[in-house]
Design a protein around this ligand. Structure first.
Ligand code: SIN
Ligand code: CO
Length: 384
Protein backbone atom coordinates (compact mmCIF):
# COMPACT_ATOMS: atom_id res chain seq x y z
CA UNK A 1 0.00 0.00 0.00
CA UNK A 2 1.30 3.47 -0.91
CA UNK A 3 2.52 5.56 2.03
CA UNK A 4 0.17 8.38 2.85
CA UNK A 5 0.69 11.72 4.55
CA UNK A 6 -3.03 12.10 4.86
CA UNK A 7 -2.84 11.87 8.62
CA UNK A 8 0.03 14.33 8.98
CA UNK A 9 2.54 13.22 11.61
CA UNK A 10 0.33 10.35 12.70
CA UNK A 11 0.72 6.86 11.22
CA UNK A 12 -2.39 4.95 10.13
CA UNK A 13 -1.71 2.53 13.02
CA UNK A 14 -1.66 5.35 15.59
CA UNK A 15 -4.77 6.86 14.03
CA UNK A 16 -6.68 3.59 14.23
CA UNK A 17 -5.63 3.07 17.86
CA UNK A 18 -6.25 6.56 19.16
CA UNK A 19 -8.82 8.33 16.99
CA UNK A 20 -10.84 5.92 14.84
CA UNK A 21 -14.40 5.75 16.21
CA UNK A 22 -13.18 7.58 19.34
CA UNK A 23 -12.35 11.24 18.79
CA UNK A 24 -11.96 13.91 16.12
CA UNK A 25 -8.67 14.65 14.41
CA UNK A 26 -7.85 17.82 12.52
CA UNK A 27 -5.03 17.48 9.98
CA UNK A 28 -3.77 20.71 8.50
CA UNK A 29 -2.57 20.22 4.92
CA UNK A 30 -3.41 16.52 4.78
CA UNK A 31 -3.13 16.95 1.00
CA UNK A 32 -0.94 19.99 0.32
CA UNK A 33 -1.89 21.84 -2.86
CA UNK A 34 -5.30 20.14 -2.96
CA UNK A 35 -7.81 21.70 -5.30
CA UNK A 36 -11.18 20.59 -6.64
CA UNK A 37 -10.98 17.43 -8.75
CA UNK A 38 -14.29 18.31 -10.42
CA UNK A 39 -15.26 21.80 -11.49
CA UNK A 40 -18.46 23.49 -10.36
CA UNK A 41 -19.93 22.92 -13.86
CA UNK A 42 -19.07 19.20 -13.75
CA UNK A 43 -20.78 18.91 -10.36
CA UNK A 44 -23.89 20.65 -11.68
CA UNK A 45 -23.88 18.28 -14.68
CA UNK A 46 -23.69 15.27 -12.34
CA UNK A 47 -26.62 16.63 -10.32
CA UNK A 48 -28.87 16.44 -13.39
CA UNK A 49 -28.23 12.72 -13.92
CA UNK A 50 -30.70 10.20 -12.61
CA UNK A 51 -27.95 7.68 -11.80
CA UNK A 52 -26.31 10.12 -9.38
CA UNK A 53 -27.84 10.60 -5.93
CA UNK A 54 -28.11 14.33 -5.31
CA UNK A 55 -29.78 16.68 -2.83
CA UNK A 56 -30.27 20.42 -2.71
CA UNK A 57 -30.50 22.01 0.73
CA UNK A 58 -31.45 25.64 1.06
CA UNK A 59 -31.75 27.90 4.04
CA UNK A 60 -33.41 30.94 2.52
CA UNK A 61 -35.22 33.31 4.90
CA UNK A 62 -34.10 31.01 7.77
CA UNK A 63 -36.18 28.13 6.48
CA UNK A 64 -34.63 24.72 5.84
CA UNK A 65 -35.75 23.02 2.64
CA UNK A 66 -34.50 19.86 0.98
CA UNK A 67 -35.05 18.58 -2.53
CA UNK A 68 -33.89 15.21 -3.89
CA UNK A 69 -32.33 15.06 -7.37
CA UNK A 70 -32.11 14.87 -10.30
CA UNK A 71 -31.61 18.61 -9.91
CA UNK A 72 -32.22 20.30 -13.24
CA UNK A 73 -32.50 23.75 -11.68
CA UNK A 74 -30.17 25.09 -9.05
CA UNK A 75 -30.07 28.50 -7.39
CA UNK A 76 -27.43 30.87 -8.76
CA UNK A 77 -23.87 30.58 -7.41
CA UNK A 78 -24.09 34.20 -6.24
CA UNK A 79 -27.13 33.45 -4.08
CA UNK A 80 -26.15 32.73 -0.47
CA UNK A 81 -27.13 29.87 1.85
CA UNK A 82 -27.55 26.83 -0.34
CA UNK A 83 -25.70 23.61 -0.69
CA UNK A 84 -25.79 20.69 -3.07
CA UNK A 85 -24.69 17.20 -2.05
CA UNK A 86 -23.61 14.53 -4.54
CA UNK A 87 -23.31 11.01 -3.21
CA UNK A 88 -21.02 8.30 -4.65
CA UNK A 89 -18.94 10.55 -6.90
CA UNK A 90 -16.17 7.91 -6.81
CA UNK A 91 -18.44 5.70 -8.92
CA UNK A 92 -18.49 8.23 -11.73
CA UNK A 93 -15.05 9.79 -11.77
CA UNK A 94 -11.61 8.15 -11.84
CA UNK A 95 -9.86 10.97 -9.96
CA UNK A 96 -12.45 10.83 -7.17
CA UNK A 97 -12.01 7.05 -7.05
CA UNK A 98 -8.22 7.48 -6.79
CA UNK A 99 -8.65 9.88 -3.89
CA UNK A 100 -10.81 7.34 -2.10
CA UNK A 101 -8.10 4.72 -2.57
CA UNK A 102 -5.82 6.81 -0.35
CA UNK A 103 -8.10 5.82 2.53
CA UNK A 104 -7.52 2.10 2.16
CA UNK A 105 -5.75 1.96 5.52
CA UNK A 106 -9.35 1.36 6.56
CA UNK A 107 -10.72 -1.90 5.15
CA UNK A 108 -12.86 -1.84 1.99
CA UNK A 109 -15.60 -3.68 3.90
CA UNK A 110 -16.19 -0.43 5.83
CA UNK A 111 -16.01 1.98 2.92
CA UNK A 112 -19.14 3.77 1.82
CA UNK A 113 -18.43 6.51 -0.68
CA UNK A 114 -17.09 9.93 -1.56
CA UNK A 115 -19.71 12.62 -1.20
CA UNK A 116 -19.06 16.07 -2.64
CA UNK A 117 -20.75 19.13 -1.27
CA UNK A 118 -20.88 22.40 -3.13
CA UNK A 119 -22.02 25.39 -1.10
CA UNK A 120 -22.37 29.11 -1.57
CA UNK A 121 -21.48 31.59 1.16
CA UNK A 122 -23.31 30.67 4.36
CA UNK A 123 -24.39 27.29 2.95
CA UNK A 124 -24.41 24.10 5.01
CA UNK A 125 -26.69 21.37 6.27
CA UNK A 126 -27.10 22.71 9.80
CA UNK A 127 -25.87 21.28 13.11
CA UNK A 128 -26.31 17.50 13.02
CA UNK A 129 -24.62 14.16 13.62
CA UNK A 130 -23.96 11.25 11.28
CA UNK A 131 -24.04 7.53 11.96
CA UNK A 132 -20.89 7.15 9.86
CA UNK A 133 -17.21 7.81 10.36
CA UNK A 134 -16.32 10.65 8.07
CA UNK A 135 -13.21 12.43 6.79
CA UNK A 136 -14.11 15.95 5.70
CA UNK A 137 -11.56 17.19 3.21
CA UNK A 138 -11.69 20.83 2.20
CA UNK A 139 -10.88 21.23 -1.49
CA UNK A 140 -12.09 24.68 -2.52
CA UNK A 141 -12.76 27.86 -0.52
CA UNK A 142 -13.11 27.79 3.23
CA UNK A 143 -15.50 26.19 5.67
CA UNK A 144 -15.97 26.88 9.34
CA UNK A 145 -16.53 23.68 11.31
CA UNK A 146 -17.91 23.75 14.82
CA UNK A 147 -17.98 20.43 16.66
CA UNK A 148 -19.17 19.06 19.98
CA UNK A 149 -18.95 15.80 21.96
CA UNK A 150 -22.36 16.57 23.46
CA UNK A 151 -24.52 13.63 24.44
CA UNK A 152 -27.80 15.43 23.76
CA UNK A 153 -28.57 14.41 20.18
CA UNK A 154 -32.25 15.42 20.22
CA UNK A 155 -33.40 16.54 16.79
CA UNK A 156 -35.68 19.42 15.87
CA UNK A 157 -39.10 18.15 14.90
CA UNK A 158 -40.90 18.83 11.65
CA UNK A 159 -37.86 19.72 9.54
CA UNK A 160 -36.94 18.10 6.22
CA UNK A 161 -33.43 17.37 7.49
CA UNK A 162 -31.89 16.21 10.75
CA UNK A 163 -31.01 19.32 12.75
CA UNK A 164 -29.88 19.18 16.39
CA UNK A 165 -32.19 21.04 18.72
CA UNK A 166 -29.51 22.06 21.22
CA UNK A 167 -26.14 22.36 19.52
CA UNK A 168 -23.46 23.59 21.93
CA UNK A 169 -20.16 23.84 20.01
CA UNK A 170 -16.98 23.05 21.95
CA UNK A 171 -14.39 23.72 19.25
CA UNK A 172 -14.19 25.65 16.03
CA UNK A 173 -11.83 25.40 13.05
CA UNK A 174 -11.67 27.10 9.69
CA UNK A 175 -10.56 24.61 7.05
CA UNK A 176 -8.74 25.68 3.92
CA UNK A 177 -8.04 23.60 0.81
CA UNK A 178 -5.99 20.53 1.75
CA UNK A 179 -7.09 20.54 5.43
CA UNK A 180 -9.05 17.56 6.71
CA UNK A 181 -11.21 16.85 9.75
CA UNK A 182 -12.03 13.31 10.89
CA UNK A 183 -15.20 12.84 12.94
CA UNK A 184 -16.36 9.62 14.61
CA UNK A 185 -20.02 8.57 14.40
CA UNK A 186 -22.51 10.55 16.50
CA UNK A 187 -20.17 13.51 16.93
CA UNK A 188 -22.20 16.72 16.66
CA UNK A 189 -20.96 19.09 13.95
CA UNK A 190 -21.87 21.99 11.73
CA UNK A 191 -20.01 23.19 8.65
CA UNK A 192 -20.74 26.61 7.21
CA UNK A 193 -19.26 27.78 3.90
CA UNK A 194 -17.21 30.95 3.95
CA UNK A 195 -17.62 32.06 0.35
CA UNK A 196 -17.99 29.45 -2.38
CA UNK A 197 -16.89 26.13 -0.93
CA UNK A 198 -16.40 22.50 -1.85
CA UNK A 199 -15.90 19.76 0.70
CA UNK A 200 -15.32 16.07 0.03
CA UNK A 201 -16.67 13.64 2.64
CA UNK A 202 -15.16 10.19 2.70
CA UNK A 203 -17.67 8.09 4.60
CA UNK A 204 -17.32 4.68 6.22
CA UNK A 205 -20.40 2.68 6.98
CA UNK A 206 -21.01 0.63 10.07
CA UNK A 207 -23.75 -1.92 9.46
CA UNK A 208 -26.81 -1.42 11.66
CA UNK A 209 -27.75 -4.70 13.36
CA UNK A 210 -31.41 -4.48 12.41
CA UNK A 211 -30.66 -3.97 8.73
CA UNK A 212 -28.03 -6.72 8.76
CA UNK A 213 -30.49 -9.08 10.46
CA UNK A 214 -33.23 -8.39 7.93
CA UNK A 215 -30.85 -8.92 4.99
CA UNK A 216 -29.53 -12.10 6.61
CA UNK A 217 -33.02 -13.57 6.89
CA UNK A 218 -33.62 -12.77 3.21
CA UNK A 219 -30.34 -14.52 2.37
CA UNK A 220 -31.32 -17.57 4.40
CA UNK A 221 -34.80 -17.59 2.83
CA UNK A 222 -33.18 -17.94 -0.59
CA UNK A 223 -31.31 -21.07 0.42
CA UNK A 224 -33.60 -22.97 2.79
CA UNK A 225 -34.40 -26.54 1.90
CA UNK A 226 -36.97 -28.21 4.14
CA UNK A 227 -38.52 -31.13 2.28
CA UNK A 228 -41.64 -32.95 3.52
CA UNK A 229 -44.80 -31.80 5.23
CA UNK A 230 -46.46 -32.18 8.63
CA UNK A 231 -48.29 -35.45 9.29
CA UNK A 232 -50.37 -36.35 12.32
CA UNK A 233 -51.45 -39.92 11.74
CA UNK A 234 -52.17 -41.40 15.18
CA UNK A 235 -51.89 -38.03 16.93
CA UNK A 236 -55.37 -36.57 16.57
CA UNK A 237 -57.12 -37.33 19.83
CA UNK A 238 -57.92 -33.86 21.25
CA UNK A 239 -61.38 -32.88 22.51
CA UNK A 240 -60.76 -29.12 22.17
CA UNK A 241 -60.91 -28.22 18.46
CA UNK A 242 -59.35 -24.72 18.69
CA UNK A 243 -56.24 -25.76 20.67
CA UNK A 244 -52.86 -26.13 18.90
CA UNK A 245 -51.68 -29.57 19.98
CA UNK A 246 -48.37 -30.39 21.67
CA UNK A 247 -47.54 -32.73 18.79
CA UNK A 248 -48.01 -29.99 16.18
CA UNK A 249 -45.90 -27.49 18.12
CA UNK A 250 -43.13 -29.99 18.89
CA UNK A 251 -42.89 -31.23 15.30
CA UNK A 252 -42.75 -27.71 13.93
CA UNK A 253 -40.11 -26.76 16.51
CA UNK A 254 -37.93 -29.70 15.45
CA UNK A 255 -38.24 -28.84 11.76
CA UNK A 256 -37.66 -25.10 12.14
CA UNK A 257 -34.60 -25.63 14.31
CA UNK A 258 -33.01 -27.21 11.22
CA UNK A 259 -32.88 -23.66 9.80
CA UNK A 260 -30.13 -22.58 12.22
CA UNK A 261 -27.26 -20.94 10.34
CA UNK A 262 -23.66 -22.10 10.35
CA UNK A 263 -20.64 -19.77 10.68
CA UNK A 264 -20.04 -20.47 6.97
CA UNK A 265 -23.55 -19.26 6.05
CA UNK A 266 -22.82 -16.06 7.96
CA UNK A 267 -19.45 -15.57 6.25
CA UNK A 268 -20.97 -16.04 2.79
CA UNK A 269 -23.86 -13.74 3.63
CA UNK A 270 -21.53 -11.05 4.96
CA UNK A 271 -19.22 -11.14 1.94
CA UNK A 272 -22.14 -10.98 -0.48
CA UNK A 273 -23.88 -8.25 1.47
CA UNK A 274 -20.82 -6.04 1.91
CA UNK A 275 -19.72 -6.39 -1.70
CA UNK A 276 -23.20 -5.64 -3.04
CA UNK A 277 -23.22 -2.31 -4.90
CA UNK A 278 -25.93 0.15 -3.89
CA UNK A 279 -29.23 -0.26 -5.70
CA UNK A 280 -28.57 2.90 -7.73
CA UNK A 281 -25.39 1.43 -9.26
CA UNK A 282 -25.55 0.13 -12.82
CA UNK A 283 -22.62 -1.37 -14.66
CA UNK A 284 -22.10 -0.64 -18.33
CA UNK A 285 -21.01 -3.56 -20.49
CA UNK A 286 -18.30 -2.73 -23.05
CA UNK A 287 -19.75 -1.27 -26.25
CA UNK A 288 -18.21 -3.94 -28.45
CA UNK A 289 -17.14 -6.75 -26.15
CA UNK A 290 -14.09 -8.76 -27.16
CA UNK A 291 -14.62 -12.47 -27.78
CA UNK A 292 -13.22 -14.75 -25.05
CA UNK A 293 -10.12 -15.51 -27.18
CA UNK A 294 -9.44 -11.82 -27.95
CA UNK A 295 -10.07 -10.83 -24.34
CA UNK A 296 -7.63 -13.47 -23.06
CA UNK A 297 -5.01 -12.34 -25.60
CA UNK A 298 -5.53 -8.69 -24.56
CA UNK A 299 -5.19 -9.27 -20.82
CA UNK A 300 -2.20 -11.59 -21.41
CA UNK A 301 -0.47 -8.50 -22.88
CA UNK A 302 -1.97 -5.63 -20.92
CA UNK A 303 -3.39 -7.00 -17.67
CA UNK A 304 -6.71 -5.89 -16.23
CA UNK A 305 -8.21 -3.78 -13.47
CA UNK A 306 -11.42 -3.58 -11.51
CA UNK A 307 -13.95 -1.09 -12.75
CA UNK A 308 -14.19 1.69 -10.17
CA UNK A 309 -17.79 0.64 -9.35
CA UNK A 310 -16.77 -2.92 -8.49
CA UNK A 311 -16.65 -3.99 -4.87
CA UNK A 312 -14.47 -7.03 -4.23
CA UNK A 313 -13.73 -8.73 -0.90
CA UNK A 314 -12.52 -12.10 0.29
CA UNK A 315 -12.63 -14.32 3.32
CA UNK A 316 -11.07 -17.80 3.76
CA UNK A 317 -12.02 -19.93 0.71
CA UNK A 318 -14.46 -17.38 -0.65
CA UNK A 319 -14.12 -14.51 -3.09
CA UNK A 320 -16.93 -11.95 -3.26
CA UNK A 321 -17.51 -9.61 -6.14
CA UNK A 322 -20.49 -7.28 -6.54
CA UNK A 323 -22.74 -9.37 -4.29
CA UNK A 324 -21.77 -12.79 -5.67
CA UNK A 325 -19.58 -15.43 -4.04
CA UNK A 326 -17.11 -17.83 -5.59
CA UNK A 327 -15.00 -20.67 -4.25
CA UNK A 328 -12.07 -20.97 -6.66
CA UNK A 329 -9.11 -23.38 -6.40
CA UNK A 330 -6.04 -22.34 -4.41
CA UNK A 331 -3.99 -20.78 -7.26
CA UNK A 332 -6.91 -18.83 -8.71
CA UNK A 333 -7.93 -17.76 -5.22
CA UNK A 334 -4.50 -16.21 -4.63
CA UNK A 335 -4.79 -14.30 -7.89
CA UNK A 336 -8.29 -13.07 -7.06
CA UNK A 337 -7.23 -12.02 -3.55
CA UNK A 338 -4.49 -9.99 -5.19
CA UNK A 339 -7.03 -8.50 -7.64
CA UNK A 340 -9.24 -7.50 -4.70
CA UNK A 341 -6.35 -5.93 -2.75
CA UNK A 342 -4.52 -4.23 -5.62
CA UNK A 343 -7.57 -3.65 -7.84
CA UNK A 344 -5.49 -4.87 -10.78
CA UNK A 345 -3.66 -7.88 -12.18
CA UNK A 346 -0.66 -7.54 -14.44
CA UNK A 347 -0.04 -9.65 -17.54
CA UNK A 348 2.60 -11.53 -15.52
CA UNK A 349 0.18 -12.24 -12.65
CA UNK A 350 -2.32 -13.67 -15.11
CA UNK A 351 0.08 -16.33 -16.40
CA UNK A 352 -0.99 -18.70 -13.62
CA UNK A 353 -4.77 -18.20 -14.18
CA UNK A 354 -6.72 -21.40 -14.88
CA UNK A 355 -9.01 -21.74 -17.88
CA UNK A 356 -12.04 -21.53 -15.54
CA UNK A 357 -10.79 -18.29 -14.08
CA UNK A 358 -10.16 -16.79 -17.51
CA UNK A 359 -13.74 -17.68 -18.41
CA UNK A 360 -15.04 -15.99 -15.26
CA UNK A 361 -12.89 -12.93 -15.96
CA UNK A 362 -14.36 -12.72 -19.46
CA UNK A 363 -17.87 -12.93 -18.02
CA UNK A 364 -17.05 -10.15 -15.52
CA UNK A 365 -15.58 -8.07 -18.33
CA UNK A 366 -18.81 -8.51 -20.33
CA UNK A 367 -20.77 -7.31 -17.28
CA UNK A 368 -18.56 -4.21 -17.02
CA UNK A 369 -17.09 -5.33 -13.68
CA UNK A 370 -13.48 -5.38 -14.90
CA UNK A 371 -11.69 -3.64 -17.74
CA UNK A 372 -8.65 -4.43 -19.86
CA UNK A 373 -5.77 -2.10 -19.02
CA UNK A 374 -5.23 0.51 -21.69
CA UNK A 375 -1.85 0.21 -23.40
CA UNK A 376 -0.94 3.83 -22.66
CA UNK A 377 -1.67 3.33 -18.96
CA UNK A 378 0.60 0.34 -18.60
CA UNK A 379 3.63 2.24 -17.32
CA UNK A 380 1.59 4.01 -14.62
CA UNK A 381 -0.24 0.82 -13.58
CA UNK A 382 2.59 -0.40 -11.39
CA UNK A 383 1.46 -2.03 -8.20
CA UNK A 384 1.39 0.05 -5.07
C1 SIN B 1 -21.23 19.11 3.90
O1 SIN B 1 -20.13 18.87 3.39
O2 SIN B 1 -21.86 20.13 3.65
C2 SIN B 1 -21.87 18.19 4.88
C3 SIN B 1 -20.96 17.15 5.36
C4 SIN B 1 -21.34 16.73 6.75
O3 SIN B 1 -21.57 17.53 7.62
O4 SIN B 1 -21.38 15.52 7.03
CO1 CO C 1 -22.21 15.48 8.78
Amino acid sequence: MKKTNLLGEITPKQFLQTYWQKKPLLVRQAIPGMSALLSRETLFDLAIRDDVESRLITNFRQQWKMQHGPLSQLPKPNQKNWTMLLQGVNLHDDEADKLLNQFRFIPDSRLDDLMISYATDGGGVGPHFDSYDVFLLQVHGKRRWRISAQKDLTLEEGLPLKILRNFIPEAEFILEPGDMLYLPPHYAHEGVAIGECMTYSVGFRAPAWQELGERFLEFMADSIDLPGRYTDAGHLSQQTPAKISDHLLETVTTELSKLASTPEDIAIFLGQHLSEPKSSVFFEPPERALSPAKFIAAIAKQGLKLHRKTRMLYRSRYIFINGESFQPGATDRKLLMSLADEKMLSATDLKSASHDLLESLHAWYCEGWIVVNQRENLSSETKQ
